[in-house]
Design a protein. Structure first.
Length: 380
């Protein structure tokens, strides 16, 4: 028996103009727009407000979302919603804005502390209508049942998983990717690749998720380089937006693995780009996990364009790992944790906390705190 959850998806050039009409279809009259400074500066928040006005809706803007959104931001966002009598939420941005919008939605109808909803299926009351507009080819949060929020008190990122968090409508407009710099394009693109790989080898993978994971993997390895090279390459932008969509649908249903469990924990302690952490950890975790899913790793190498016809399964798996390493080098991604400011002294605590992350449950190979620590040392 397989289950697969996803929102209504509107994909294509200019689709961001559909946001107001999409909210109106859901019965909204006064929407909260959740975004960040970068999206606001790029003009996408203003365009969203305009679309809402044209659909006959009033709107309130909350733009105080940081790169790694924290508990306090979700509380402020929820209070803004309640204070202004809003009846729907639009998230405009990457994973940070969309995850904040989802977490705030939980608090508006369920109350309590956001920590109460950590883990799987802890939400009991329906959420407000949710329309999510992705502005990065990266997080996949616009189609997923995840929200990840920093709990500074515990120095970790909380993972909230619930079908209630699947947005009603997801809007993916490749045109908005032209405003992203090469640095952010590379980081978010490597997050897409990590989503594809981890969901493909997840113990919760199904034929339904494999279709999306393989499509994402093939597209990302083919189009991430040209997307980083030029913000005006429309084909590359469209294909990376599609890769992100496929990867989001895959991991929302198959969940992820050790890379994300470790990255969530590191991101709770260090203010680093999530995609950068993934980029460094991914090859090391792939080497560790290859033992558990050798045939899938061989298939990955083929999807990446590697010729493995004469190679053993082990050698083919190594080709997949080396391809990921080469891709990271080509697009200028960080190659070690230490160059990003990660300290070796943090390894013992992070190793223990990472084991408790929900994403670790679906990693294809059993892993101990000692093995997590060893992977982190290799990534230094």
């Amino acid at each position: 028996m397989y289950k697969f959850v996803m929102p209504e998806v509107i994909f294509g050039s200019g689709s961001i103009h559909q946001v107001g009409e999409s909210c109106a279809r859901l019965g909204a009259r006064n929407v909260l727009i959740v975004t960040d400074k970068g999206v606001t500066d790029a003009g996408w928040a203003e365009l969203t407000e305009k679309s809402c006005r044209e659909a006959g809706l009033s709107s309130v803007l909350f733009s105080n979302v940081s790169v790694n959104p924290a508990v306090e931001e979700t509380v402020q966002c929820a209070q803004t919603y309640l204070t202004h009598g809003c009846d729907a939420i639009i998230g405009v941005g990457g994973g940070s804005a969309i995850d904040t919008a989802k977490a705030a939605a939980i608090l508006t109808t369920n109350g309590g502390h956001i920590r109460d909803y950590e883990g799987v299926d802890q939400i009991s009351k329906p959420l407000p209508p949710l329309v999510m507009v992705s502005t990065t080819a990266g997080s996949g949060s616009e189609v997923s049942q995840f929200s990840v929020i920093v709990d500074a008190e515990r120095q970790k990122k909380m993972t909230i998983v619930s079908k209630s968090l699947v947005p009603d409508i997801a809007i993916i407009d490749p045109d908005v990717l032209a405003t992203k710099c090469a640095r952010l394009t590379a980081s978010t693109g490597l997050d897409v690749l990590t989503h594809a790989i981890e969901s493909f080898v997840s113990i919760a993978a199904t034929p339904l998720t494999d279709v999306h994971a393989k499509s994402a993997l093939k597209l990302a390895t083919q189009f991430l380089r040209p997307s980083v090279a030029s913000r005006y390459n429309k084909e590359a932008k469209e294909m990376m937006a599609m890769a992100s969509l496929h990867a989001g649908l895959a991991f929302s249903n198959a969940i992820l693995g050790a890379v994300h469990a470790m990255a969530h924990t590191i991101g709770g302690r260090y203010p680093l780009l999530h995609g950068d952490i993934n980029a460094v950890l991914l090859p090391h975790v792939m080497e560790f996990n290859a033992l558990a899913a050798p045939e899938k790793f061989k298939e990955m190498a083929v999807l990446m364009g590697e010729d493995v016809r004469t190679l053993s399964t082990t050698a083919a798996s190594e080709k997949a790992v080396s391809h990921v390493r080469k891709l990271a080098i080509d697009i200028g991604a960080p190659l070690t944790l230490s160059e990003m400011g990660f300290e070796e002294s943090a390894i013992p605590a992070i190793s223990e906390i990472a084991l408790l992350d929900a994403c670790m449950i679906t990693n294809p190979r059993d892993i101990t705190a000692e093995e997590v620590a060893e992977l982190l040392r290799r990534a230094l």
